[in-house]
Design a protein around this ligand. Structure first.
Ligand code: DOR
Ligand code: ZN
Length: 431
């Protein structure tokens, strides 16, 4: 028997651009048919969402899917399944694959693999320079035509400021945004965690925050001079946020993101040398964490992106200095943000949803992030009161690398619908 593709989601707080209200939402043939009261239920499967938030499918503009080339860490099928479990329906994947996504062939390959994997929308971000080597700019026009939604050498910074300036120029002509990974590797100088009390206390080489902040400042100035936009990835320091706050005041078209782990954990978490705490940029101090929350609240930080960076156990099961950087983030992102920001009373739910849906979509011009009649049925259903314990052994991502296993979080994704298909939570929806 073929399954109906018509649903009516009933009883939840439905978040539309005009605010949240308890009502119904009808999905048919991949689209949102109607939002309102007393909707036609004929032929529809009823999803009872009482007590839940019904929000736009979450949008992540910074993740690593590892395919092609590093399928032992993740592939597009496992990565999109993890995204769905995390409530994400649209994700943008970085170019540090093997081969690097610096050509139309790789961009097209990723899109094809994603369409075979399932209904999650995958948007490739192409490299800014060939092989992420920071020298030869990529063929921006071809990449844009192939479907790249932005350009970034993420994982590496573009060392040469003149190259970055030229890249901003070319990207602007083709309507693509450049995403800066702000890290001066000379200043990193072999550091493997935040430089400060904890690096001294536990005897690991520290990285000065200036390694991040000097490049944030440089790239804001370059964007202002070229009169173009730029997006700064994974802002982790109070100073970085302050530089961006000032650049915005001066009229620069800069946007930025931070990642959930910087809002929840600090460099104190490194004290037991758990390599799952190793991430780049590194976990910072409690002052930084608080400053990042303030910067989200005042609009300096536009959005939250996971920087989902899955690794194989062998990449982490080594001494701290040698371990790969990154946290497998899709499946904990929402719970971490809700717990750190909303449960604490620091942020209204609507603002958090904005930082995870319409704001990131707007930054890269994606048609996603709002619930509207006639729009694609990308919908996430969330239980705001559910308490749950992170268990990394249950991750559907191939990367089990998280420092948050065992953490008790509040706020749980129950069901993710992408393009009108249930991508996660079928059992709950059909209960
Ligand atoms: O921790 C990180 N991991 N930061 C990056 O910028 C790259 C990423 C990765 O690709 O593993
Ligand atoms: Zn990065």
């Amino acid at each position: 028997m073929s399954e109906t593709n018509t649903f009516v989601i009933k009883g939840g707080a439905v978040l539309t651009p005009s605010g949240a209200k308890t009502c119904c939402l009808r999905v048919s043939d991949g689209h949102i048919d109607a939002i309102g009261e007393n909707l036609d239920e004929s032929g529809a499967r009823i999803i009872d969402a009482s007590g839940m938030w019904v929000v736009p499918g979450l949008v992540d503009i910074h993740c690593h899917l590892r395919e092609p080339g590093y399928e032992e860490k993740e592939d597009i099928a496992s990565g999109t399944a993890a995204a769905a479990r995390g409530g994400f329906t649209s994700i943008c994947c970085m170019a540090n694959t093997n081969p690097v996504n610096d050509s139309a062939v790789v961009t097209e390959f990723i899109k094809r693999r994603a369409s075979l994997a399932g209904p999650i929308h995958v948007y490739p971000i192409a490299a800014l320079t060939a092989g992420l080597q920071g020298e030869q700019l990529t063929e921006v026009g071809e990449l844009a035509e192939a479907g790249a939604v932005a350009l970034s050498d993420d994982g590496k910074s573009v060392k040469n400021a003149q190259k970055m300036r030229l890249a901003l120029c070319y990207a602007k002509r083709f309507g693509l945004k450049v995403i800066s990974h702000p890290e001066d590797t000379d200043l990193v100088n072999g550091g493997v965690m935040n430089e400060g009390y904890w690096s001294t206390a536990i005897g690991l080489p520290g990285t000065t925050r200036a390694a991040e902040e000097t490049i944030i400042a440089r790239d804001c100035m370059l964007a202002a001079i070229e009169n173009t936009g730029i997006h700064i990835a994974h802002v982790s320091t109070a100073g970085g946020a302050e530089i961006i706050r000032n650049a915005k005041r001066l009229g620069a078209a800069v946007t930025c993101e931070t990642a959930p782990h910087y809002l929840y954990a600090t460099d104190e978490w490194v004290r037991d040398y758990d390599t799952n705490t190793k991430v780049n940029p590194p976990l910072r101090t409690e002052d930084d964490r608080r400053a990042l929350i303030d910067a989200l609240l005042d609009g300096t930080i536009d959005c939250i992106a996971t920087d989902h960076a899955p690794h194989h156990v062998d990449d982490k099961n080594v001494e701290y200095a040698l371990a790969a950087s990154g946290i497998s983030g899709f499946e904990t992102a929402f719970g971490i943000c809700w717990t750190a920001l909303v449960k604490t009373g620091l942020m209204a739910p609507e603002m958090l949803f904005d930082k995870l849906t319409s704001s990131p979509a707007k930054i890269l011009g994606l048609d996603a992030g709002t619930l509207k009649e006639g729009g694609t049925a990308d919908i996430t259903i969330i239980d705001p009161d559910a308490e749950w314990t992170v268990d990394s052994s249950k991750f559907v991502s191939r990367g089990h690398n998280t420092p948050f296993s065992g953490s008790v979080l509040t706020g749980l994704v129950k069901c993710t619908i992408a393009g009108g298909e249930i991508a996660y939570g079928r059992e709950w929806a059909c209960r």
